[in-house]
Design a protein. Structure first.
Length: 356
C-alpha cells in the first residue's frame, strides 16, 4: 500500500493548458474517485500517476518518493482500462499471468497468485476460456484479476464500467468496493458517472476544466457543496437553481416566479451584499401540498418510478424537477403547489458561484 501526492501538477498539450496546479493527497488504503464531465482532466491526471503521460510541471510522489522520471513498470501500480485490453489469443489464465511472466516469476508463484485472484473474483471456472467466450462483466473481472496478481501498492481504474449495461455496472461497482475492503489497497478511480462516485468513493474529487472544484467525502459533498458546479453535478436528478434578487432585507422574492422566500437574518446581510444570489433545492427536498402555497408550478411531465415519482415542472419560465416518495398521477398542465424546508436550501453567489 502507498499514499499518492500530486503537487502543483500542470499539463499542457501544445498551447492548451489541461491541468492547473493540481494539489491532491490520496492516503494509504483510501478509495478516491475522480469525477467530472468529459474534458475536465480526470483521465489525464490518472495517466500522469500511471506514468503514461508526463506532467509539464509539478511533482508526483508515491510513498514519499518522487516518480516524475520513473518508468511506469517501476512505479508499483496496476491499471484497469475501459476497454479491458485483454490478449485475444490467450486464455484467461495466461492473460492474468502475462505480466508476472514478464517479471520472471516462477510458475509455482504465478499459479498461486492467479488461483487466489480467480477465487477472489469468482472466475475460477473461466480460466481456460478465451476473451471472445466471455461476457462484458466477465472480461472486466479478468482485467481486474490481471491487476490483482501484481499485488501493487496502487490500483488505477480508468472508467472500467462504462462498457457494461446498467445492471452489470451496479453489480461490478459493488464487487470493486468489496475488493477494496478485502485488499485495503490505495485505489484511484476515474468516472464521469456521479452515481458511481457517490456509491464507491471514500472521498470524491470533482474536477472541471482542469481544476479541482472540491475534494470531500460523498455525504459532506452532497450536503455542503463548495460551489454551484459541484452542487449541480453531485446528486441525481440534479439540484434545481433559481435566481434570487434582493428586494428587501430579510424578505427576498424569487425573480420571475411566484415563490416568496424568507432569508434567515444571519444570511440576510450577505444576500444584500451579493445583490444577486442563486438558491439551490434538491429534487427530494420539495414537498407537494394539498392546499395552495406561495409557490405554484405547472406540471409538464411526470415519471412514475414505482415507489416514487419525478415531476418535471415549470414556474413562469423556471423549469425544474422534484422527486416525491409516492406515485401520483397528474395531468400535464395541472397546478402543483410546493413547499420546502429552508434548512435544506443552498445559497450561492450569483457572481462567483461560491457557496454562501
Amino acid at each position: 500500500m502507498a499514499n499518492v501526492e500530486l503537487k502543483k501538477i500542470n499539463k499542457y498539450f501544445g498551447e492548451t493548458h489541461i491541468l492547473h496546479d493540481i494539489d491532491l493527497v490520496i492516503n494509504d488504503g483510501e478509495f478516491v474517485v475522480l469525477v467530472g464531465p468529459s474534458g475536465c482532466g480526470k483521465s489525464t491526471t490518472l495517466r500522469i500517476v500511471a506514468g503514461l503521460e508526463d506532467a509539464s510541471s509539478g511533482d508526483l510522489m508515491i510513498q514519499g518518493n518522487r516518480m516524475n522520471e520513473v518508468e511506469p513498470k517501476d512505479r508499483d501500480i496496476a491499471m484497469v482500462f475501459q476497454n479491458y485490453a485483454l490478449y485475444p489469443h490467450m486464455d484467461v489464465y495466461e492473460n492474468m499471468a502475462f505480466g508476472l511472466r514478464l517479471r520472471k516469476f516462477d510458475d509455482a508463484e504465478i499459479a498461486t497468485r492467479v488461483d487466489e485472484a480467480a477465487e477472489l473474483l469468482g472466475i475460477t471456472d473461466l480460466l481456460k476460456r478465451k476473451p471472445k467466450e466471455l461476457s462484458g462483466g466477465q472480461r472486466q473481472r479478468v482485467a481486474v484479476g490481471r491487476a490483482i496478481v501484481r499485488k501493487p501498492s496502487v490500483f488505477l481504474f480508468d472508467e472500467p464500467l462504462s462498457n457494461l449495461d446498467a445492471k452489470l455496472r451496479v453489480q461490478m461497482r459493488t464487487e470493486i468496493k468489496k475488493l477494496h475492503a478485502r485488499l485495503k489497497t490505495t485505489m484511484i478511480y476515474v468516472t464521469h458517472d456521479q452515481v458511481e462516485a457517490m456509491t464507491m468513493g471514500d472521498r470524491i474529487v470533482v474536477m472541471k476544466d482542469g481544476d479541482i472544484m472540491q475534494a470531500e467525502t460523498p455525504l459532506n459533498m452532497y450536503h455542503k457543496p463548495a460551489n454551484k458546479f459541484v452542487a449541480g453535478f453531485i446528486g441525481s436528478p440534479s439540484m434545481n437553481f433559481f435566481n434570487l434578487s434582493a428586494v428587501e432585507k430579510g424578505n427576498e422574492k424569487l425573480d420571475g416566479s411566484s415563490m416568496s422566500l424568507h432569508v434567515p437574518s444571519d444570511l440576510s446581510a450577505r444576500v444584500q451584499k451579493e445583490g444577486l444570489v442563486e438558491i439551490g433545492v434538491r429534487p427530494e427536498h420539495f414537498k407537494v401540498s394539498q392546499t395552495e402555497t406561495p409557490f405554484v408550478a405547472e406540471l409538464e411531465v411526470s415519471e412514475l418510478m414505482g415507489n416514487e415519482s419525478y415531476l418535471y415542472l415549470n414556474s413562469k419560465g423556471y423549469q425544474f424537477v422534484i422527486r416525491i416518495q409516492e406515485s401520483i398521477i397528474l395531468t400535464p398542465g395541472s397546478p402543483v403547489y410546493l413547499d420546502f424546508d429552508m434548512d435544506k436550501v443552498h445559497l450561492f453567489s450569483g457572481k462567483t458561484g461560491a457557496r454562501i
